[in-house]
Ligand binder design. Structure first.
Ligand code: PAP
Length: 334
């Protein structure tokens, strides 16, 4: 299917921003199609739509983070929106302590507060002037660590901090399924569900394969604990307070005893909760800067929603693939 037949789709799924140089690169890359027939290209082990690939190459070429910057990384549907809100709220908590009603998370979508490198800043052949961003700036990306590394290792040392969040493949997949239905403004049938499932199993999806992505950040988080933090959506759901404190500690802005006593952690958790964010006017209507409706990022937020969608066979297949691919890494999903 031609992406232009669905003009409301976000730019990252299209192919109209690809330069001549990238076109010629693409002609040498392994090519495939996603479950709906949109072209994907495999660049250094990861699959991209044409415009996404163009932006990723531009990030590699031009993005040079300052060591005070913070990069949030994830696979799509891995917990990105939540992580963006939490990190923003933790890092800027002092600024809005006196006047919490002026907090930007109440008037802006988390995706507009924490811009994506390749889906927004470097999308559409742009090269933004990052010096105008205040320090510390929080950026986000869905890029694989090996791809991101090409940009960040060309910068001054010490490197900037990276926070990665991931979610078990079954819920990530189901969340992605609902997202695509909302994106295409349709309710896709069971046969299409199976096609998307097959795409996940073979790793052929935007930013896939899943296991390569999680492993790249997992390994680095073990090697470089000071600069790479590996978080899981399920753990934040299970022990939110402990995880937010861990996050603040990693970002070198730990909660003081006084803050802990005064309920600062709980306030942040409440502000960033799915319920609070999804009830805000700004997140109910309008479009984010990446061209996706603001409300599309908020749904159920439950661990185990896959049970309502996957057959036992599908669930078993996912479990076996992930178990096999992660074997020996120390990373285990329940
Ligand atoms: P993205 O990568 O496209 O930005 P991402 O935020 O990772 O998407 O995933 C959306 C999922 O996070 C949705 O899960 P669900 O489909 O299983 O419901 C969404 O509901 C959930 N989500 C969004 N914001 C929050 C939040 N503040 N707290 C908990 N879960 C959230």
């Amino acid at each position: 299917m031609d992406a232009y037949q669905e003009p409301h789709l976000p730019n990252y799924m299209k192919d109209d921003k690809v330069t001549q140089e990238t076109k010629s690169l693409m002609s040498s890359l392994p090519a495939n199609k996603d479950f709906m027939g949109y072209g994907l290209y495999n660049y250094k082990g990861c699959w991209y739509y044409p415009n996404t690939l163009q932006a990723v190459l531009d990030v590699q070429k031009h993005f040079r983070p300052r060591n005070t910057d913070i990069i949030l990384a994830s696979l799509p549907k891995g917990g990105t929106t939540w992580l963006k809100s939490l990190v923003f709220a933790v890092v800027h908590r002092e600024k809005y302590r006196e006047n919490p009603q002026t907090h930007p998370l109440l008037s802006q979508n988390p995706h507009d507060l924490v811009p994506f490198l390749e889906l927004e800043l470097y999308a559409n052949n742009q090269t933004p002037d990052l010096t105008k961003f205040p320090s510390p700036t929080i950026f986000s990306t869905h890029m694989h660590l090996n791809t991101l590394r090409e940009a960040i290792t060309k910068t001054s040392s010490p490197p900037c901090k990276i926070v990665y969040v991931c979610r078990n493949i079954k819920d990530t997949f189901v969340s992605g399924w609902h997202y695509r239905n909302m994106l295409h403004r349709t309710k896709m049938d069971e046969a299409t569900f199976e096609l998307m499932f097959n795409g996940y199993c073979s790793g052929v999806l935007l930013y896939g394969p899943y296991w390569e992505h999680v492993l790249s950040y997992w390994k680095q988080s073990l090697e470089d604990k000071k600069n790479v933090l590996f978080m899981r959506y399920e753990e934040i759901i299970e022990e939110p307070r402990a995880q937010v404190m861990r996050l603040a500690e990693f970002l070198d802005c730990p909660f003081t005893e006084e803050e802990e006593k005064s309920g600062s952690v709980e306030e942040i958790l409440k502000l960033c909760s799915l319920r609070s964010l999804s009830n805000l006017e700004v997140n109910k209507k309008g479009t984010t800067r990446i061209g996706v409706d603001s409300n599309v990022f908020f749904r159920k937020g439950e661990v185990g929603d896959w049970k309502n969608h996957l057959t036992p066979h599908m669930a078993k297949t996912f479990d076996e693939i992930v178990e096999c691919r992660l074997r020996g890494s120390g990373l285990v999903f329940q």
